[in-house]
Design a protein around this ligand. Sequence first.
Ligand code: NAP
Length: 310
Amino acid sequence: MTEVELIIVGGGPAGLTSAIYSARALIDTLVIEKMLPGGQPVLTTFIENYPGFPEGISGPELAERLESQAGKFGAKIITSRPVLNISRKEEGFEIKTEMESFLGKAVIVATGTSPRKLNVPGEEEFTGRGVSYCAVCDGAFYRDRVVAVVGGGDSAMDESIYLTRFASKVFVIHRRNQLRAEKILQERAFSNPKISFIWDTVVQSIEGDRKVELLKLKNVKTGEISELKVDGIFVYIGSTPNSSMVKDLVELDENGFIITDNCMKTSVPGLFAAGDVRNTSFRQLATAIGDGAIAANSAERYLGELSWKV
Ligand code: NAP
């Protein structure tokens, strides 16, 4: 089993920031990422509220920069390796992937979140054939087409605006008559002529032949059922934490987020959590980066104390 001082599970902004700090502190650091480095920002078109970039920065560019900075200080990054389980061992923690196991004296879990599903008929069947959770990945397929976006948060507004680059029409379907998104995004969406809002409405089913053709909608106030012809539907209704690999090890809150203190310590000594996967009040790029730095500092202290005990 490969032994490493610090293993960081997840190569998004929190994980890569931890890697920058720990590798720079000369700690033997391994990042294990389930897909490609970058996390959520890679799936985000444009980030304009990350301090220090007044012109904004594209998600993929920021991800690339974080990865190269971590690599520059000597962090090793392995990709396409979903971590299945983390367990406590006498010498540290065993990190199991499908093919192999690693042993880390300390671990930072920075696995982020995954898109929440609508759980309506047709959603699973048409995923990849009109149902998408990533406008950056799939938006270009909808040039001059009609699409729907479900949700009323920042993600739904950001991505609806992005989709107007391609689509001829974007319908935003929201379950209330007020958006949750920040005001600046609301104003941009309201003033975009290609965007129309369908309020107080939920999607009942997604229908079509070989690809999405139609949404059955229900007005939650009147109970009225209607149909909306679309070529695609983008779901942005929040996210769920990727914490299953530690569900039997650390304390989670009622929604599955990892409980930490403000030093990013979990209920298990030597295991830290950072970024969107932990129980935090504000999930932003800037807060994930801050979490990552704190987690690395806490892990460094923990490893220092371990070496004292030897
Ligand atoms: P979010 O803020 O949790 O919003 C989820 C939206 O989906 C809400 O409008 C919610 O409706 C709706 N929703 C939830 N479950 C639903 C269901 N089953 N059916 C229909 N609608 C449902 O999620 P998010 O927009 O992905 O944002 C997540 C975090 O990332 C937030 O902290 C956000 O600020 C941050 N973020 C920031 C930016 C930015 O700063 N530009 C961009 C993207 C994300 P209700 O409003 O009725 O609850």
